[in-house]
Design a binder for this molecule. Structure first.
Ligand SMILES: [Zn+2]
Length: 445
């Protein structure tokens, strides 16, 4: 519009013409800008990338089966020493109602079982914020809905779990645990794979370059991974040895992990009495003792682990000793059969009920890692006795157990072949991640 100012010596007709033209130009420009700004403001008001004139669709936010948009919702965590009455009191639910709720819910949920750190939600439609519902979620698998209005009832809701069969494979770089982390696999899966192979693999003597493959169930809830289920088949290559664990549950009496020939894996002894530990001192008949400062044979294998780590019986048997001595500290000895006994030293404490004469099962917790007796740090000194003499259990060869009975074997082979085929297709990833190693290796008795 600056052109209107720039005319030198205007005559009246031209001047009028210029003004008419200017008015038209301004009018067009104004209406253009007006339309633009109107269009922009209505675009800004609508959901982006939605065509004008189309109704925006609002998805209700659903949680615990409630449309949250229709409530005021407050989410929080149970605090230490916080009771249901404390929480509901803040939302104007009186004590009589809480008491009635406790009575009504007895069969479904004991209100004393609220756990600190677990999430809960209050829902209300009331402007005074009196709670209509209290929802408690003890785990991702389930939650409880407390109706605080008329009924004062509690409903237990289990979320449906979807199980998907997945596979994974990897190559050991340092520990199994580190390798699982580097491969984006869970500790839970590592633990379950260790459970499946614990009779055949000594997870304290893994070799860099060892390979594993696993077929397992992954649990999902509402599309989210929530945990590993059963390991169906596992493969491990240690040096040049190939190990397989195949889950078979053809009948109640034949249920568990079997090797390729259908031999039950749990017939042997566990390779170690603790998990997630490291060997801090091996079996050595000529060892120099770090506390006694003299040569003294070490007739056991030391597994260093944090205080309180559970110690497992490596086989079924009967507790022959659960006692204290100055050297051994708290220790347990188990007789497995005529030939073999095992002994576990320096326990912090015994598991409840572990006393002489009691039967224990393989994998049962018999005590907890400590440093009682002659010990410099928390560990379990594990001793293996054969015919009354202490031997290095990691060198023992046991006769193989009998396979499944002939009438069951064909069914087992069918299951086995299916898993072997699946394992065959698993890709072994060679992921190398640099890690700082500042873990001080300490010699412990
Ligand atoms: Zn020892």
């Amino acid at each position: 519009m600056s052109n209107t100012k720039s005319s030198p010596k205007p005559n009246p007709i031209l001047k009028t013409g210029i003004w008419v033209l200017a008015a038209i130009v301004c009018g067009v420009a104004f209406s253009y800008f007006f339309k633009q700004s109107k269009a922009q403001s209505s675009l800004a008001a609508a959901v982006p990338e939605v065509d004008l004139g189309e109704f925006p669709i609002v998805e209700p936010t659903l949680k615990y089966g409630f449309a949250l948009d229709t409530f005021v919702s407050i989410e929080a965590m149970i605090q230490p020493n916080e009771f249901l009455g404390d929480i509901l009191g803040r939302y104007h639910v009186d004590y009589a109602a809480v008491d009635q709720l406790a009575q009504n819910s007895k069969e479904v949920f004991d209100i004393r079982n609220l756990r600190a750190g677990k999430p809960y939600m209050i829902l209300t439609k009331d402007t005074s914020l009196r709670a209509d519902y209290f929802i408690y979620e003890p785990s991702v698998y389930e939650y409880y809905v407390f109706d605080l209005k008329n009924e004062l009832q509690v409903e237990h809701v289990k979320r449906p779990i979807e199980k998907r069969i997945q596979t994974a494979g990897g190559s050991i770089q340092s520990s199994l645990w580190q390798t699982m982390v580097d491969n984006d696999l869970s500790f839970e899966l590592a633990s379950k794979m260790e459970d499946a192979l614990q009779w055949s693999i000594d997870f304290h003597h893994l070799q860099k370059g060892d390979e594993f493959k696993v077929v397992y169930e992954q649990n999902y809830i509402e599309g989210q991974e929530v945990g590993a289920g059963r390991v169906h088949a596992a493969y491990y290559r240690n040096y040049d040895n190939n190990y397989y664990a195949i889950w078979y549950d053809g009948s109640e009496e034949h249920e568990g992990y079997y090797d390729q020939e259908g031999r039950p894996m749990n017939k042997g002894f566990l390779k170690a009495p603790v998990k997630y530990s490291r060997i801090s001192s091996g079996f050595n008949p000529n060892r120099f003792h770090p506390i006694l400062k003299r040569r003294r044979p070490h007739l056991g294998t030391d597994y260093a682990a944090p205080y309180g780590t559970p110690i497992f019986a490596v086989g079924d048997g009967v507790v022959s000793k659960a006692a204290y001595t100055r050297g051994n500290g708290n220790y347990v000895k188990i007789r497995h059969d005529k030939t073999y006994e095992t002994q576990y030293l320096h326990m912090q404490k015994f598991a409840p009920g572990v006393t002489p004469g009691v039967h224990v099962k393989q994998g049962q917790i018999i005590g907890y890692v400590g440093s009682t007796g002659l010990a410099t740090g928390p560990h379990v000194c594990f001793r293996f006795w054969k015919n009354g003499k202490q031997v290095n259990h990691l060198k023992l060869e046991f006769p193989p157990p009998a396979p499944l009975p002939d009438e069951v074997l064909p069914a087992f082979y069918e299951v086995r072949d299916e898993y072997l085929k699946q394992l065959e297709t698993v890709e072994v990833k060679h992921i190398v991640v640099e890690h700082d190693t500042d873990e001080a290796e300490k010699e412990k008795s």
